[in-house]
Design a binder for this molecule. Structure first.
Ligand SMILES: Nc1ncnc2c1ncn2[C@@H]1O[C@H](COP(=O)(O)OP(=O)(O)OP(=O)(O)O)[C@@H](O)[C@H]1O
Ligand SMILES: [Mg+2]
Length: 348
């Protein structure tokens, strides 16, 4: 049955979206399908759209790899392009996840791929699962949708797309479920693989374009206002900016919402946006080239607001190509340990 599906895809090459609940064998099937198509002489690319359990490329990215020969696992496929999502779950980053898929399909097409296979996350239920799967179909216009299901857990989704019925198959017989712990452990190894050998670089923030953040997007606050904020919050304001949304301040401590709102009212602004210095240490970032395309991932180690420089970890040999950084919303230590959410990077 799986061969029959692979044959149908290879006979009518195009974009093929593989969907299924968690642990139904999606990634294993994608590796089989990719190998089958490559063996048939088709130029084949795989897009790994699973930001939490990325096999191709770093976690929190959607990465694309071109297939050369037979691969038992997607993890054997070398990444050729990335889109930085910056979040290890599509939750709260739905738009970015859909954009990422489209950008990687375009990139695979630009490189002349006939078959473009997209491996997805197991999110198929609830508002997010429904919205993500339908939006992806609308945006990626797949020629094939492969639906792997144990029982009928995908039947609530509009699987017939543009008049083409989905290619249905049972979950792979050998697929086993992985616990949260196992997923976190695997992800830690994947993070470490990309972060452990970074080179420490210090770059003037004037020479970098920062994306997806309020930070360094406004006008610096004058000294008086910074001192007033420091006094009102009882916390040193290391850096402040006037942004269209109100005021932005970088502080050390946590503050209650009511206290923040009261300071904003006193200053006559809509919002006071607070970032903690900790939010900006070991922040997972995408490294952008001059076109804004993702070159790889790194870590924002610290921002020195006195000197106007950003200390960051960059893969060896890449720094001369980095024109900007995209801030993620997770902090990670260089050995791959997840340190938690950071509000410094915006997502949607
Ligand atoms: N036919 C098989 N025989 C043995 N093990 C298998 C087989 N198919 C899949 N597995 C194993 O089962 C697990 C789940 O499979 P896979 O990663 O392909 O599922 P998935 O649907 O992509 O999962 P996720 O929702 O986490 O992305 C993996 O550890 C995989 O190695
Ligand atoms: Mg998978």
């Amino acid at each position: 049955m799986y061969e029959r599906i692979a044959e149908a895809v290879a006979d009518n090459p195009g974009v093929c979206l593989v969907i299924g609940a968690p642990d139904t064998g999606k990634s294993t099937f994608c590796a089989f399908l990719a190998s089958y198509c490559a063996e048939r002489g088709l130029s084949t690319a795989v897009i790994d759209a699973d930001v939490g359990q990325a096999d191709i490329g770093p976690p929190a990215t959607v990465s694309m790899g071109q297939v050369a020969g037979v691969h038992a696992s997607l993890a054997d496929i070398a990444p050729a392009a990335h889109y930085f999502v910056g979040s290890i779950s599509p939750r709260g980053a739905e738009t970015l996840s859909v954009v990422a898929g489209r950008r990687m399909v375009d990139e695979a097409k630009r490189r002349g791929s006939d078959v473009i296979i997209i491996d997805t996350t197991g999110a198929v239920r609830g508002r997010m699962g429904r919205m993500l799967k339908t939006a992806k179909m609308d945006v990626l216009l797949p020629a094939h949708v492969v639906a792997l299901q144990r029982e009928n857990e995908l039947e609530h989704l509009p699987l017939r797309h543009h008049g083409v019925p989905a290619l249905r198959a049972p979950a792979l017989p050998g697929a086993r479920s992985r616990s949260r712990w196992e997923r976190a452990f695997l992800r830690r190894q994947r993070f470490a693989q990309y972060l452990v050998n970074l080179e420490e670089q210090t770059i003037s923030w004037d020479s970098l374009i920062l994306r997806r953040t309020f930070l360094l997007s406004g006008r610096p606050l004058d000294r008086d206002l910074r001192l007033r904020l420091t006094r009102a919050l009882g916390d040193h304001v290391h850096h402040g900016e006037e942004v269209p949304e109100g005021l932005l301040a970088v502080v050390d401590g946590r503050h209650r919402r009511e206290a923040i709102e009261s300071v904003a009212r006193k200053e006559g602004v809509d919002r006071l946006i607070l970032l903690r210095r900790e939010d900006l240490s070991d922040l997972y970032i995408g490294l952008d080239d001059e076109r804004g395309d993702c070159l790889g991932v790194g870590l924002l180690r610290q921002i020195d607001f006195t000197c106007g420089v950003i200390r960051m970890g960059v893969p060896p040999g890449l720094v001369h190509r980095v024109a900007g950084i995209t801030l993620g919303s997770i902090r990670v230590s260089p050995d791959g340990k997840e340190l938690g959410f950071s509000p410094a990077g915006l997502r949607s």
